[in-house]
Structure formats: C-alpha cells, structure tokens
Design a protein around this ligand. Sequence first.
Ligand code: NAP
Length: 302
Amino acid sequence: MYDVIIIGGGPAGLVAGLYSTRARLACLLIESRTIFSQAITTERIENYPGFPNGIESFELIDRMKEQAKGFGLEFAFGDVKGFTKQGERWIVNLEDKDYESKTVVVATGASPKKLGISGEAEFCGRGVSYCATCDGPLFSDKDIVVVGGGDTALEEAIFLTKFAKKVVIIHRRDKLRATKLLQERAFSNEKIEFVWDSKLLEIFGKDGVEGVRIKDLKTEQESQLLCHGVFLFIGLTPNTDFLMGEVELDEAGYIITDDEMKTSANGIFAAGDCRKKSFRQIITAASDGALASFSAQRYIEG
Ligand code: NAP
C-alpha cells in the first residue's frame, strides 16, 4: 500500500511527488496516456522563476520529473476510472489494475474546451487543432484562424506566426482577457490581425479545412474567411469526470478545496488546474502540489 497516490503528471503532480518522496512517504504517480499537461502545449515558458531566458516546456517538465524520480517517486501509466474508500484506504481503479493508498492527490489538470460547432469534430486533426506546439509546423506559409482572447490564444497565435503566412484572431468581444505583455506582442506582430466582436458559426472544407463562417455579433452580419487551419483556445474544462459523487465539485466541474488543498473527502487532496481557483499558472500549480503533499503528510500522521 502506498502513502500517497498522485493522479496526474503535470507540475502540480510532480511537485506533490517531490515533496512526498522527500518526506519519505511511499508515493506513486499515475500518469495518463491520453491527457497531457497544459504546460506542454506552450512552447516556451517565460514566467517560471529561475530561467531568465525562459525554458522549453518539455524541458521544464522533464527536469521536474527527474528531480522527483531522484528522490524515489514511482510512476505508473493509465487512466484512472474512479476510486472508492475501504476502511482507512483508498482504492484507485485503473482500466486493468487497482492500487491502494492512504491518501490521494488529484492533479489531473484541465483540457481545452470545445466550441461545439459544425466542422470542429469532423476536421479535428485535419486542420482543427487545440495545440500550437504540436500542430503549428504543419501550417508553414498558410493562413490560420485562432479563436479566443485569453493568454493561451495570444501566446499560441504569436507562436504560430513562426510558421504561418497570417494569423487572424477571432474574439467574441472587443477587449482581450490576456496579460498586457502578450497583448502588446500580438498587436505589434505584423502577421497577426484581429476580428473583434465575432463568433465562429462553422468550419468548412473538403479533405481539410478551407475556411470558417463568422458572425459579427454587433451587426449580425455573416461572412466567410478562407484559411487552412483553425486553432481553438477558448478556455479549459477540468479533468474531473471520474470524481463525480466522490468529492465536491463546483458547477463547472472544478474540485472545491480549502486553503490546504483538502477536498470534501477525507484523505483526498487536489492540486493545480483541476481545482477551483482564480489563477492557473505553472507556479500556482507547483505551489498547490507542495501544499497538497504537506496536507497528505499531516493526514497520515493523524
Ligand atoms: P481563459 O483565460 O479562460 O480565456 C478563454 C478565452 O476564450 C476568453 O477570451 C473567452 O472570451 C474566450 N471564450 C470562451 N468561451 C468561448 C466561446 N464559447 N466562444 C468564443 N470564445 C470563447 O482560457 P486560457 O486562455 O486557456 O487560459 C486558461 C488559464 O491558463 C488562465 O488562467 C490563463 O491565465 C492561464 N495561462 C497562462 C499563461 C501564461 O502565464 N503565460 C499561458 C496560457 C494560459 P471572454 O474573454 O469574452 O470571456
């Protein structure tokens, strides 16, 4: 039996693993094969302290992994289907295997939201994407549409200008939600154009994406924009479906915790983007991970 099982291999989970193994707890981190940390969908991280020139997201995660492994963190792979309490133990169920633990830290993060319009599912992987780092190089010298006005949309639009001929950002309002620094960079980038107060109605094409149909929300006028790629960055959905009924979630599905990362279930803690919080960053995920581990230790000590 483990002392701590961590579900999720992003910054929150890895830091929980680092702190737990350094506390000499028997600790297993279960990493999904299908869900990836949001951290690696960004090419370069510029706001994690200690790296004055920034660091590639993959390298940062690899370094966190190496550090935790060095202190004895064990890894398993698979998607957790649920967990149940048996006496003082939690049984964590994967597709083909169960693990037992005194405590569980849920650090499953969040995944990109879908727009739910015609053509989105049909052209997914054939022009529609939710990850610029993964798919950006496929759009060399092509026209791209980006949807969203948050940090992700702007950061990824700027990244996509490395490859694309032109990037058009379509936003449903006339003000961006993104950090001012990213706004300044996007506004001064010659390859980026904005379409304000507009929403996507449809993504169309034949073998791949050929364009989008847009509606101006102020004038109600519809128009078409030809493009080869559509990148959707309209926010996140927490990866918490498997928790339904076990711990308290808010209306959007985020896990409700107290300041010490305790959930409504005894022995279950949550950390990172899957938790209800106001600021989702790598540094806040790391901080959650450390706190969740500390709270798990205190819980085990009784
Ligand atoms: P976000 O901050 O929730 O922004 C989502 C954007 O998509 C908003 O501009 C929103 O419009 C728009 N949107 C939402 N639903 C829509 C819909 N149905 N149709 C059209 N547009 C829609 O999400 P995010 O940008 O993915 O960021 C998630 C979190 O990660 C944030 O906390 C962010 O700060 C953080 N993050 C940080 C960094 C960084 O520090 N470098 C990088 C990436 C992400 P409205 O503005 O009108 O609501």
